[in-house]
Write a protein of this length. Structure first.
Length: 129
């Protein structure tokens, strides 16, 4: 699910997803991760653009792996894995698609992945005790 920044309540959305998954099942979420510098730049640009010339008509939620993980724990989901990817910055969407694909592929390498601005978060619903 790549919509968490667009819902009024991240906790509410995670709670609904948790309710749909059986114990031991997985929930996959994608976020612009403000735990990273590139994620903060991307989020800041999107927020500035929204104030200047509204695209969505609402303020995006600022998300990070640490904040989403804490909210997920409160609804019975535990973070199993984080996969960082994407080194793109605002405006880079104007570059040739082939270049962006190569850049995204390169961002999967270990040294570059640490600074990537997007994260895929994989959560497991906790088993009942």
């Amino acid at each position: 699910m790549g919509l968490l920044a667009h819902v009024p309540s991240t906790t509410g959305a995670l709670a609904q997803l948790s309710a749909l998954v059986k114990p031991g099942g997985l929930v996959v979420a994608q976020i612009t991760d403000t735990d990273s510098l590139i994620g903060r730049i991307g989020f800041g640009y999107a927020s500035w653009r929204e104030k200047r010339k509204p695209v969505y008509g609402y303020q995006l939620q600022r998300l990070s792996t640490s904040s989403v993980s804490a909210l997920a724990r409160s609804v019975g989901l535990s973070l199993q894995r984080r996969i960082r990817y994407s080194l793109t910055l605002p405006g880079m969407d104007r570059l040739p698609g082939r270049f962006l694909v190569q850049l995204t592929s390169a961002s999967r390498s270990w040294p570059l992945r640490r600074v990537a601005g997007e994260s895929i978060l994989i959560f497991r619903k906790q088993e009942h005790s």
